[in-house]
Design a protein around this ligand. Structure first.
Ligand code: SF4
Ligand code: SF4
Length: 267
């Protein structure tokens, strides 16, 4: 298939509705929990000595969707993802493969199979959709390598805006829940799984406060002390050497979080 020109029509096969950690906005997380679903917090942190120049698009993307924090002597930016989590079929998936909350389904479900992350290049071979979903003559998704489906473009923009606007709310959420562990970005995630009722109450409370305070009251400075977790001894030691508070994943038998590694710790 020519990846510059892609046609797409969902076949309702439901392959993309199973075994997921599904990123949610704050409102979506409240709705998901209210329906009895599970939501986790995936935390990662980037050492951040100074704001990089605006032409560094990767750093600008991280900056937009993160909040400031510290780890010992080291300034960091922390990214928190709220994720609906399920093994097997999504709790909203109906026996006929249709979505039971179709009108209210999360943005990420509406955007698939396009990419939300601007640094991930679309490749249909990485998608779960069957071959007939890409049949020529279906509605145009990409033309000349550019996403042309106007609805999907708008949904991606909404998702990125929510990501940026909600960073201060997530900072406050972590403070309220006592969450202070983050993995080193690009190595993995520290996955926190608070009790659903506690998380729902905390989300409602921080959301109500944020809407009462308005955007001008959003904190811009350092927000909390973070412990940086890695499954690589070399990373833990390098962070400790620059004054950060770091720990090896799995060092604590009763850890309140799970470490989700993205890379081979021995590589
Ligand atoms: S919410 Fe609906 S579209 Fe999204 S994963 Fe669940 S069943 Fe699929
Ligand atoms: S995997 Fe693709 S074709 Fe199947 S339901 Fe999901 S979006 Fe539709």
């Amino acid at each position: 298939m020519n990846e510059a020109d892609v046609d797409f029509a969902c076949t309702i096969c439901s392959k993309c509705c199973r075994d997921l950690r599904l990123p949610l906005t704050v409102d979506e997380a409240v709705d998901w929990l209210s329906r009895g679903g599970s939501v986790q917090l995936l935390c990662e942190a980037v050492p951040w000595l100074a704001d990089p120049p605006p032409e560094n698009l990767w750093a600008a993307h991280k900056l937009r969707r993160s909040f400031a924090g510290r780890s010992g002597d080291l300034p960091v930016r922390v990214v928190v993802i709220l994720a609906a989590t399920f093994t097997g079929p999504c709790p909203n998936l109906q026996p006929d493969n249709r979505c039971g909350i179709y009108e209210e389904r999360p943005l990420v479900c509406r955007i698939y199979p396009a990419e939300i992350n601007p640094f991930v290049e679309f490749d249909s071979r990485n998608k779960l959709c069957p071959p007939d979903a890409w049949a020529t003559g279906s509605p145009a998704l990409f033309r000349g390598g550019r996403l042309v489906d106007a609805r999907t473009v708008e949904l991606i923009e909404r998702s990125r805006e929510a990501d940026a606007n909600e960073a201060p709310v997530k900072a406050e959420l972590c403070r309220v829940l006592g969450i202070d562990r983050a993995a080193i970005a690009n190595e993995g995630f520290a996955v926190h799984s608070p009790n659903g009722g506690v998380l729902l109450e905390a989300l409602r409370s921080v959301r109500a406060q944020a809407s009462k305070d308005g955007p001008s009251a959003r904190p811009s400075g350092a927000s909390g002390e973070w412990r940086l977790v890695s499954n690589r001894r070399a990373s833990v030691d390098a962070l400790a050497a620059v004054g950060a508070v770091s720990e090896l994943a799995g060092d604590h038998a009763h850890a309140s979080f799970e470490y989700l590694g993205l890379s081979d710790p021995t590589a």
